[in-house]
Design a protein around this ligand. Structure first.
Ligand code: IMP
Ligand code: MG
Length: 172
């Protein structure tokens, strides 16, 4: 397997700081809850939360399981770990590693719209817009990347490579 870095540690850092500033501006004086989608978003989430300056900002995590095709999330989706904070009246920002076909997030947005949150929006580190299969546009996207399988900075291939400090393209 050949690995080629496409987003360096410095590029990731710079972009996360920009996203944090944008989010801080957009949600000024609003009660915001960042909800990280495990496991892929854990590093992005940890950096993003420190790039946001909003007093009272809250953090929680969810985890989804999808059954079906092994590497794609086109099968049945369920929440294997639900959010624990009370979201009533709060603004929710779902934090994802990658939006690919968009099926996972479309399902999540719908699930969260059924709770009493004031709003539900999406922040993804990577947006693979060309692979979209449902009508879903992330509200915040770190990087638009056309194709290829990516690992590192939380992203895995068969649970490997999450620890890499940069994002690399993996030639399988
Ligand atoms: P979607 O439902 O197709 O949008 O699935 C998105 C999920 O698939 C992401 O949250 C990732 O967990 C996974 N995924 C999609 N593309 C990649 C990739 O290039 N590397 C690692 N995981 C990926
Ligand atoms: Mg994921």
């Amino acid at each position: 397997m050949v690995r080629k870095t496409i987003l360096s540690k410095a590029q990731l850092q710079r972009r996360v700081v920009e996203l944090g500033a944008e989010i801080s501006h957009d949600y000024a004086a609003k009660p915001l809850v960042l909800i990280g989608v495990l496991n892929g978003a854990f590093i992005f989430m940890a950096d993003l939360v420190r790039a946001i300056s909003l007093p009272g900002l809250q953090v929680d995590f969810i985890r989804v399981a999808s059954y079906g095709k092994s590497s794609e999330s086109s099968g049945t989706i369920t929440l294997s770990k639900d959010v624990e904070l009370d979201l009533a009246g709060k603004h929710v920002l779902l934090v994802e590693d990658i939006v690919d076909t968009g099926r996972t997030l479309a399902w999540l947005v719908e699930a969260f719209n059924r709770k009493d949150a004031a709003s539900v929006r999406i922040c993804t580190l990577i947006n693979k817009a060309e692979r979209r299969e449902v009508d879903l546009q992330p509200d915040y996207a770190g990087f638009d990347i056309a194709e290829g399988f990516l690992v590192g900075y939380g992203l895995d291939y068969a649970e490997d490579f999450r620890y890499l400090p940069e994002v690399a393209h993996l030639e399988l």
